[in-house]
Design a binder for this molecule. Structure first.
Ligand code: PHE
Length: 349
């Protein structure tokens, strides 16, 4: 190289071409700039190529000098270009690797942490109360037959109680429906198991109904206790324990006569208003009481459907709406909010 520079003293034009080309290649710091430098200094229109092409027209004494040195200059520039190319490629790789590097010391992206929906919180809370009293959790299908939803619950075809249920039927299957309550689980459990039976059955139920206090799908928890010598006192004591556990130790309950086809006698159970303490307010419509569930002693006819002997066993059953319990507990007025999926609502609980 030093040798070439020395020799280039013989031809000032080539020396200039060489110097400028070396400087141009040396200044390129990206692959694109290097390609531009290659075209400028070694391309067909570059001063070097133009000079080499013009050899035949040069004065005779200059020709051999330019011929010999010109090709050496070209070879030296090509070598420099290749070296520079390698340099750029490796520095680009280094840069890319640095850019892709993961900084493990950076704090992580916060991962939003959810929680149980208020309905599930309430379900779990109620389940805890009853499992604590020795009840087991039972399950049944949401798509039911007419037999389990009505007939075996002492509600024969044509019974007026059927029409109050606003049932969703499956098209083309008059005996198949979406269960309107969790009571069919009573029948399914008693068919399979001998008494004593102590179960609760939580789950979704469906009714063709929609307003501020009704959605077409909602949740119920059924309860069933069948044993020897079960009385209405047991029913009242059990549900009082439940009401105090969920609504507060100073709550009281009362029973009002009611009708259900599968219990006799049947009652509705009210809890003393947790807002006014029973004195009367807007929430309890100034009565001091709020209705929380339906219940009663299992009708002997029901035992007939499951093969239990009504002279041997007695029992009680109850059924409550989970949405209603949650609304009373949290002072909500519109049940549809449970299912609007508005996080501003859901996050409050
Ligand atoms: N299944 C009744 C309803 O949905 C509630 C209930 C259950 C009543 C058990 C009495 C006994 O209205």
């Amino acid at each position: 190289m030093a040798d070439l520079k020395e020799q280039l003293k013989e031809h000032e034009g080539l020396a200039t071409i060489y110097g400028e080309a070396m400087a141009g290649i040396g200044a390129a710091s990206t692959a694109e700039a290097l390609e531009e430098a290659r075209v400028a200094h070694l391309g067909r229109k570059s001063p070097l190529s133009v000079l080499l092409r013009s050899i035949p027209e040069l004065p005779a004494e200059e020709r051999p000098v330019v011929g010999r040195l010109g090709n050496q200059v070209r070879a030296a520039l090509e070598q420099e270009l290749a070296a520079k190319k390698g340099e750029i490629e490796s520095s680009e790789l280094v840069r890319r690797l640095a850019g892709e590097q993961v900084d493990i010391t950076l704090p992580g992206e916060p991962f939003p942490r959810g929680h149980l929906h208020l309905i599930n919180q309430t379900l779990w809370e109620i389940e805890d109360v009853f499992t604590g009293l020795g009840y087991r959790i039972a399950d049944g299908p949401e798509i039911e037959t007419d037999y389990y939803n009505f007939t075996a619950l002492n509600t024969p075809e044509g019974h007026p109680a059927r029409s109050s249920h606003d049932t969703f039927f499956i098209e083309g299957q008059p005996d198949v429906l979406l269960r309107t309550h969790t009571s069919p689980v009573q029948i399914r459990v008693m068919e399979k198991e001998e008494p004593p039976v102590y179960i609760i059955a939580p789950g979704r139920v469906y009714r063709r109904d929609s307003d501020a206090t009704h959605t077409p799908m909602f949740h119920q928890i059924e309860g069933l206790a069948v044993d020897r010598n079960i009385t209405m006192g047991d029913l009242k004591g059990t549900l009082e324990t439940f009401a105090k556990a969920i609504f507060g130790a100073d709550r009281e309950i009362r029973m009002r006569p009611h009708f259900f086809p599968f219990t006799e006698p049947s009652v509705e159970i009210d809890v003393s208003c947790m807002i006014c303490g029973g004195a009367g307010c807007r929430s309890c419509k100034h009565s001091g009481w709020l209705e929380i569930l339906g219940a009663g002693m299992v009708d002997p006819n029901v035992y007939g459907f499951v093969g239990y002997d009504p002279d041997e066993v007695q029992g009680f059953a109850f059924g409550m709406g989970v949405e209603r319990i949650a609304m009373l507990k949290h002072g909500m007025t519109d049940l549809r909010m449970f299912y609007d999926n508005d996080l501003r609502f859901i996050k409050q609980f």
